[in-house]
Design a protein around this ligand. Structure first.
Ligand SMILES: [Zn+2]
Ligand SMILES: [Zn+2]
Length: 350
């Protein structure tokens, strides 16, 4: 398996981000990302102007975030623009699917902060919808803003680039994901940076709120594929989109510890699968987790409950029934509190 690390959910000058595609690509190269997925609000102009492709060692993909008011929806692998205006959330999901796109509900429980944009927030409230590929459980920018409850916290977030609210996925989004999985829905989860690199002017002070390169070293997506990048943009973009659609990826906070090498697989005498896949229930089915460090606490979770855990770099678990199993890994530093680190996609035991 090849592992490709990248950042999903990024805004450029094609909408409300401050960086051009070239500047974003350069920041991604410096952060050693294999790919970056730019998702400007309701536009694919960057794609039409052929700004996608290889920039040195980083593959740039141009995608979009639909809707400007509520119900933000990240849509990948579209070749034509969609006007979300007048569409219900379900119609929007269906339209993305009709065009062969891959869709994720963005920052579903965003709260906003009274001191920023007058408390404006963009949550997702229609949960009767079907057909979306997944939800965004971790969003760096949105969760930082949610955590900026007072002036002190706001400036702390801006200057120290973060707050406690972003050190873990949004608990409400995680809970919703577990509910959907318990309901036998095939729902994946992504983590995004929602990078805008907003330029702020306050009197004599000028600074960039969460620069691209900083964010590209935070919440990352690690895709797994049997295929190696070829250097041809269409072929390599398809490798990224196929892995995204299949759920062959995990989300990790790179600031905690390098997550490369994490694996979550299942096997029995007939099949061997990875995260995102389904496997037939069978008395010999075993889940196996491998973490890149022994300073891990590995948890296997089903229906929101921990069914097995291990304080080492490995965990094996014999499955005793159907259900969706996902993995969380916490990093255990010496003498300090454990830190949320890796979130896998589920393996669906059917
Ligand atoms: Zn959004
Ligand atoms: Zn966004």
């Amino acid at each position: 398996m090849h592992e490709y690390a990248g950042s999903i959910h990024v805004h450029s000058t094609y909408s409300d981000g401050s960086g051009t595609v070239e500047e974003i690509a350069s920041a991604a190269q410096k952060a050693c990302l294999d790919f970056v997925m730019i998702t400007d609000h309701e536009t694919l102009h960057g794609l039409f102007e052929e700004k996608d492709g290889w920039y040195k060692n980083t593959l740039v993909l141009i995608d979009t975030e639909l809707n400007r008011e509520d119900h933000h929806y990240l849509a990948f692998n579209l070749k034509e623009e969609i006007s979300a205006r007048g569409l219900t959330p379900q119609e929007l999901i269906d339209r993305v699917n009709q065009l062969g796109g891959i869709g994720f509900i963005a920052h579903p429980f965003e709260k906003g902060a009274a001191m920023i944009l007058n408390g404006k927030n963009y949550p997702w409230t229609s949960w009767h919808v079907r057909g979306f590929n997944g939800i965004e459980i971790w969003n760096y920018t949105s969760q930082c803003r949610d955590g900026a409850a007072n002036l002190f916290k706001l400036y702390w977030s801006a200057f120290f680039k973060g707050n406690a609210n972003v050190n873990r996925p949004d608990p409400k989004a995680l809970k919703k994901w577990d509910q959907l999985l318990s309901d036998s829905q095939r729902v994946l989860a992504i983590g995004g940076t929602d990078a805008h690199a907003i330029k702020v002017k306050r009197g004599p002070f000028r600074f960039v709120l969460f620069p691209y390169q900083f964010l590209f070293n935070t919440i990352n997506t690690h895709l797994l594929s049997p295929l190696e990048f070829t250097g041809k943009k269409e072929v390599d973009q398809n490798i990224v989109y196929s892995a995204l659609q299949a759920g062959h990826f995990f989300t990790a906070n790179n600031k905690v510890y390098p997550p490369r090498g994490f694996s979550f697989t299942a096997e029995n005498q007939n099949e061997q699968v990875i995260q995102g896949d389904s496997i037939k229930n069978n008395k010999n089915t075993v889940l196996a987790v491998k973490s890149p460090t022994a300073r891990s606490l590995i948890r296997i979770i089903k229906d929101g409950k921990v069914v097995s855990e291990s304080s080492s770099n490995r965990l094996c678990f014999k499955v005793l029934g159907k259900g969706s199993f996902r993995v969380e890994v916490y990093y255990r530093p010496h003498l300090r509190r454990m830190r949320p680190w890796i979130y896998s996609n589920p393996i669906f035991v059917e």
